[in-house]
Design a protein around this ligand. Sequence first.
Ligand code: CA
Length: 315
Amino acid sequence: MLQSTTEDGLDPRTEDLRIVVGAATDVGGRDRNEDAVHIGPVPPVADAAAQSAPESYLLAVADGMGGHERGDEASRLAIEILQSAFAADPGADAALLMKQAFRRANQAIFESRNASGADQMMGTTLVAALLRGKYATIASIGDSRAYLVRAGLVTQVTKDHSLVAQQVDQGEISAEDARESPHRNVLIHALGHRERLDAKMPNVFELSLLPEDRLFLCSDGFSDVVKDQEIVAVALEGDPELSSRRLVDLALEHGASDNVSAIVAEAVPTRVSLVPELVGAPAGRDGASSYLVPAIVSLAVVLFIVLVVLALMVL
Ligand code: CA
């Protein structure tokens, strides 16, 4: 995309962005909600009202799995570890911190599973985004997704680590078959499944946000029932809090059989132009109006003289 830039290479229209976020989650067609959702400033502030515009936001959706409440525990643990990693070191390199936090969360969930003595599967997906001004760092494992909604188009930023996504990549099935597959929830990578995370995990993506971009994070309870094209209109509807609620409602209307979670973040421009605008300046572009007052005065003087001369002639 062609962008005008200033001498230091910055797009003048994107210099100051304020992030506004909203989130919603619903139990959907399940008995319990194993999704966990986090939105919050980094570093966290005790009184959110006291800090009107925090510099950074951390967003995360985790979709836990495992019987006997283990799914809830896994998703909650993943988000707690991620949040504390950024709280402890808010200025650190975001991509590096994401990788470390994902590894720590994997280990904690794996150990928690073993400590319980039960030989039960316990794990979670995790998609997380750190937004610092216009820079977004997104990390993901599993099949919870991040989308970018820009200029009326939606793009999936993350890659699903699922069996069906792999089959689509290898040309074995179509994307439409993947949506209908009974194996669509089988994951290749997740947190807590193995003692050590695969070296390629998590996937990390870095983006520069433009004014009015929206980032959308969701669990597979949403993406299983709502098509990408359907996201745009609702993701842009109202403020992020309203649109996240509407997105969850959309999935429920489509008969979501799973838990549904949605986070929407909007990059709101606080300054759209660096060109100064004159306030209360003369209206004429070439300054013509600045001659108007002297011209009227001159005309009045001439008229006065003519009247005086006429009066003298009559007398
Ligand atoms: Ca799910």
